[in-house]
Design a protein around this ligand. Structure first.
Ligand code: SF4
Ligand code: MG
Length: 287
């Protein structure tokens, strides 16, 4: 247990191996700064990672970490939350990882309002496997996996989260670290499923969605923007079709979380119950 306030250094693990200029650097630093600002220490939260350049952050961030399987960060995060709902749980994932391999988990995590904070490094490409198209790559995108151009249209993660029941839907940009820090803090403070889709340039494999591309197209939501207006939020999420990218909390409402609706864990955590339960009784017939 940390006796004094934790610092950025306390959250810092191994030296990152990300490419110079990658948006992942800003996301990694923003997560640490947000946690310090919220007065957390590394032993007070769990962070689950998927597979990819984003998932490699497992080595670069000090916390109770779990480097899970490709696309499976969310079920692991939900399991941790159900075992100990007093623990803040973050899931750090990539666009291919979360919206591709993990797409089914994503939809069901939204509709359950599981209290996990999902930070998606959306670079519209599989970076770690050297540049294949993902579910958010634009139609026509030429990559190693689609040399003739991508046939499918991209999915819209913000709209998908919204219509699936997410209670906090936000977008931020790796080129604006102050906005990112603020948005991560808002997501952590929200009670319920939280998505931050972070526009993250992959400087090595995505030569279309660059910092310059986004800088011309992002804009911040007005401070008087009504976050609880579902129809307006849906309109905002559809602006991606015109290559406009609103930054900020697009939608936020308060609803009961999944764990709050289970009588067995609503009053105390499973971890606490385990302390008073003799598990030997359950397994005595098998030994
Ligand atoms: Fe970042 Fe792309 Fe390099 Fe991965 S491959 S570290 S996403 S720039
Ligand atoms: Mg990616």
């Amino acid at each position: 247990m940390f006796k004094t306030m934790a610092s950025i250094q306390d959250f810092t693990g191994y030296q990152p191996t990300w490419c110079p200029g990658c948006g992942d650097w800003a996301i990694g630093m923003a997560i640490k700064k947000a946690l310090v600002d919220l007065n957390y220490s590394p032993d007070q939260l769990a962070v689950v990672f998927g597979i990819g350049c984003s998932g490699n952050m497992n080595d670069f961030l000090n916390a109770y970490g779990l480097h899970s399987l490709h696309g499976r960060a969310l079920p692991n995060a939900i399991g941790i939350k159900l075992a100990n709902h007093n623990l803040p749980v973050l899931a750090v994932v990539g666009d291919g990882d979360c919206y591709g391999e993990g797409g089914n988990h994503f939809v069901h995590a939204c509709r359950g309002n599981h209290d996990v904070k999902v930070i998606v490094h959306d670079n519209r490409v599989y970076g770690l496997t050297t540049g294949q198209s993902t579910p958010t790559s634009p139609k026509g995108y030429r990559s190693k996996s689609t040399p003739m151009g991508l046939i499918e249209i991209p999915i819209n993660p913000l709209a998908l989260a919204l219509i699936s029941g997410a209670t906090f839907v936000a977008q931020s940009f790796a080129g604006d670290i102050n906005h990112l820090i603020l948005t991560i803090k808002e997501a952590i403070n929200h009670k319920g499923f939280s998505l931050i889709n972070v526009l993250q340039p992959c400087v090595t494999f995505n030569k279309i969605n660059t910092y310059q591309y986004y800088l011309k197209r992002v804009y911040k939501l007005d401070k008087n923007y009504p976050k609880d207006n579902f129809k307006l939020a849906l309109e905002k999420t559809l602006e991606v079709n015109e290559e406009k990218f609103p930054l900020g909390v697009i939608y936020e409402v308060e609803q009961p979380c999944f764990h709050e609706q289970i009588p067995q864990v609503s009053s105390s955590t499973l971890v606490d119950k385990k302390r008073f339960f003799n598990y030997d009784i359950l397994i005595k017939d098998f030994i």
